[in-house]
Design a protein around this ligand. Structure first.
Ligand SMILES: *[C@@H]1O[C@H](CO)[C@@H](O)[C@H](O)[C@H]1NC(C)=O
Length: 224
């Protein structure tokens, strides 16, 4: 009986670790430039014929210049170089993004459920960090914030799937180049996920101790 219980526990732990440490699968060929027109299949995109690949497929210039953060109400823009923008990432388990944030601007709290991320500050500085799980492996780090101002030339890592954010408390544009270990990291922005997705207002009122008017104002702002 004890042995059975131990085996079940071990199997459970192994599957838990398997999920925690899961990454994009290893490629089975040197490269697989995504054929985006074919649409995603069960795990990434089909490859275009290798003979049709060119040097330009492996180059990407979409992150060369800062975006204009004043075009969004948050004052912060993320420019993506995921597999849809850069098909050569298909099967390689990597992607990039660039953040450009005006003074006082933010990238709202968000998660990438499929990737760990490293941020490297190119210009300016950002207050950034992440929060651990409420119910993770270790109760001593429950719902714990790790955050600081990261300056030009410095880096910060956000563990896979955890909630994180950026705020430019500096006086000039802040920019970063971020590397993620998935071709398709997923992005879930908390404000719009909660207030822009049609969740019943009672759920939101009770979760955030807000009244109907306050919830309606936020739903109005985030719902399209
Ligand atoms: C909702 O809460 C706000 C802020 O506390 C308050 O000003 C407003 O009167 C409240 N509205 C209702 C309908 O209770």
């Amino acid at each position: 009986m004890m042995l059975l219980a131990a085996m079940i526990l071990a199997a459970g732990l192994m599957s838990a670790f398997h999920i925690v440490y899961a990454a994009d699968p290893d490629p089975l060929q040197e490269f697989c430039i995504a054929d985006l027109a074919a649409g995603p299949v069960s795990n990434g995109f089909p490859c275009k014929l290798p003979a049709l690949a060119t040097t330009e497929d492996f180059a990407y210039s979409g992150l060369a210049k800062p975006a204009d953060p004043s075009r969004v109400s948050t004052g912060g823009v993320g420019t993506l170089a995921f597999v849809k923008e850069w098909p050569a990432l298909n099967t390689q388990g990597l992607s990039l993004l660039r953040l450009d944030i005006n003074p006082g601007g933010i990238i709202s709290p968000h998660t990438h459920n499929l990737a760990t991320e490293i941020l490297y500050v190119l210009e300016g500085e950002m207050y950034t960090g992440f929060v651990t799980n409420n119910f993770g492996n270790d109760p001593t780090i429950s719902n714990k914030l790790y955050a600081k101002v990261v300056k030009k030339g410095e880096a910060f890592i956000f563990p896979r799937g955890l909630l994180h954010f950026q705020l430019n408390k500096g006086k000039v544009l802040a920019s970063s180049l971020n590397v993620l270990n998935s071709q398709n990291p997923g992005i879930q922005l908390m404000p719009s996920a909660l207030f822009g997705s049609g969740i019943d207002r009672e759920m939101l009122e009770k979760s955030f101790f807000m009244n109907a008017t306050q919830v309606a104002a936020l739903k109005n702002f985030f719902e399209e």
